[in-house]
Structure formats: C-alpha cells, structure tokens
Write a protein that binds this ligand. Structure first.
Ligand SMILES: Nc1ncnc2c1ncn2[C@@H]1O[C@H](COP(=O)(O)OP(=O)(O)OP(=O)(O)O)[C@@H](O)[C@H]1O
Ligand SMILES: [Mg+2]
Length: 242
C-alpha cells in the first residue's frame, strides 16, 4: 500500500483517490491568478489544522507579511499563530537570499530541514527558484537533487510552476517529467468573471481521476474542487433559487 498525504482540500483528495503520495513531489502548474499560491497555503494550513503535520513554506514571490495577509484574507485565520508557534516555518525571499550565493542559502536550508520536524513543504515558485541557475542542465540536476533530499527527509512537497498552456504538444517543461505528480489549475474568462478548473494529470504509483473538474476560490473556505460539474453550474446560475 502506498502511503498518502491528504491535502484536506474539499474535492481534491477525492479526485486524487485519497491524497498525494507521501514523500513525493508534485508540480502545481497554471497561469497567473489560477490559484497556485492559495493551494499551497491551504495545503500547509490544513496540514497543521487537520492532520497535526507541520509545514514549511518557501516563497520567492512574497514576504512573510504578504503571505500572512493572503492566508488571512482567504479565511486561514490561525495562520499567523501557527507561524509564531513554529507549526508553519516560512522562508521568504529575504531569508532565502541571506547568503551571498544562492547555493550556500540552499545548503543552509536543507540542513535545517534535516530531521523529522516537518511533513509538508511548498516551494512557491519553482519558476523563480530556477532563475538562480545558469543552464538548463544545472536547473534539472538541481531539481532532481532537491526533490531527492526532500523525499529523504520525509517531506511531501508541492512546487508551483508558472505555465500558460495546458495541452501543448511541444511546450511541456522537463520539470513536469522530473516530478512525481502533476496538477494543473486553469482559469478561463466568462461574462461574469472566471471559471476555474483543476486537472490532475499525473500521480506516480497511483490511480487518479484524470477528468477536469470545476473549482472555486471562496473567502472563508479557500479552494473547493467540485466532482460534479452540474452542481457547479447551478451555483453559478444567478437565477437559481439555490
Ligand atoms: N480572499 C479571497 N477571496 C476570494 N478569492 C480570492 C481571495 N484571494 C485571492 N483570491 C483569488 O485567487 C486568485 C489568486 O490566486 P493565487 O495568488 O493563488 O494565484 P497564483 O496562481 O499563485 O498566481 P501567480 O502566478 O500570479 O502567483 C486571485 O486572482 C483571486 O481571484
Ligand atoms: Mg502565486
């Protein structure tokens, strides 16, 4: 039996058939505003709140205060307390770049992750992380080394990835193949706003539902994935008594 880590996100664990594979690395790809960072925040927050698992959030995009505000705005009201109590460990850009060279920062970070203190890790974003490497070869080698070390330290990891296109014949980055799982988030414009979708394209060692499911981002609740597409369209129907 493969051990699973539940995201605690309504609907997502169901389409994953229980959760993501423990100690694996899953890429969460999507275009700007698709909900990648929120999914990461929610995964870490749920870990602490629902499963008594501590988490690490690495952010190249936002500082600790921004992350807290984003988390609180979506309804994760205990985020700040968890950070203060050490249930959630934040490494923001400033922290990640505190050494003169990025490699030393990473060595330090990996040293601090050594042990069994944390179970979950989010890297937001892999796209930014990879900018610190000069060549494609260096990027990929480091990604493999990094994911191995995370796995050896029993961390179940989500890495966000900026990717505009979802069904490209030629444009799939190698990071999609180097990671164990692939979740795509998509948003498409509509007359009244956007429709959002989640698609689990890959999960090694695991049977998954590869259909595309509607999802929502709601204040107070974060992300919800709807297994039943018709339920979603009813909710969006302004004339509906529901
Ligand atoms: N408090 C909130 N309530 C409802 N929706 C929200 C809230 N906060 C953010 N959102 C929605 O989530 C979207 C942003 O999600 P998120 O920051 O996770 O995107 P992202 O995929 O990480 O984008 P980027 O690639 O720019 O980092 C916003 O565009 C907004 O529509
Ligand atoms: Mg983001």
């Amino acid at each position: 039996m493969v051990e699973l880590t539940k995201t605690g996100i309504d609907g997502l664990d169901e389409i994953l058939n229980g959760g993501i594979v423990k100690n694996s690395t899953t890429l969460v790809s999507g275009n700007p505003g698709a909900g990648k960072s929120i999914l990461g925040l929610q995964y870490i927050y749920n870990g602490v709140e629902q499963f008594d698992e501590k988490g690490v959030f690495l952010s190249f995009e936002e500082n600790e205060q921004d992350l807290r505000e984003a988390a609180e705005s979506i309804g994760f009201e205990n985020w700040g307390d968890h950070v203060e109590e050490g249930n959630i460990k934040i490494y923001d850009k400033k922290e990640l770049l505190r050494e003169n060279d990025f490699n030393s920062s990473l060595e330090l970070l990996l040293g601090e992750l050594d042990g069994d203190d944390y179970e979950r890790l989010v890297l937001d974003s892999l796209t930014m992380f990879q900018l610190f490497f000069d060549s494609e070869r260096e990027k990929r080698t480091y990604l493999l080394k990094f994911t191995d070390i995370l796995s050896e330290n029993n961390l179940t990891t989500l890495m966000t990835n900026e990717q505009g296109t979802v069904f490209p014949e030629t444009d799939i980055g190698l990071e999609n193949f180097l990671t164990d799982g692939n979740i795509f988030l998509l948003q498409t414009p509509t007359d009244s706003g956007v429709n959002r979708y989640a698609w689990v394209a890959k999960m090694r060692k695991k049977n998954i539902d590869t259909d595309i499911f509607p999802m929502e981002i709601l204040e107070g609740n974060g992300i919800t994935v709807h297994e039943n597409a018709s339920a979603f369209s009813m909710m969006n129907d302004n004339d509906s008594p529901l």
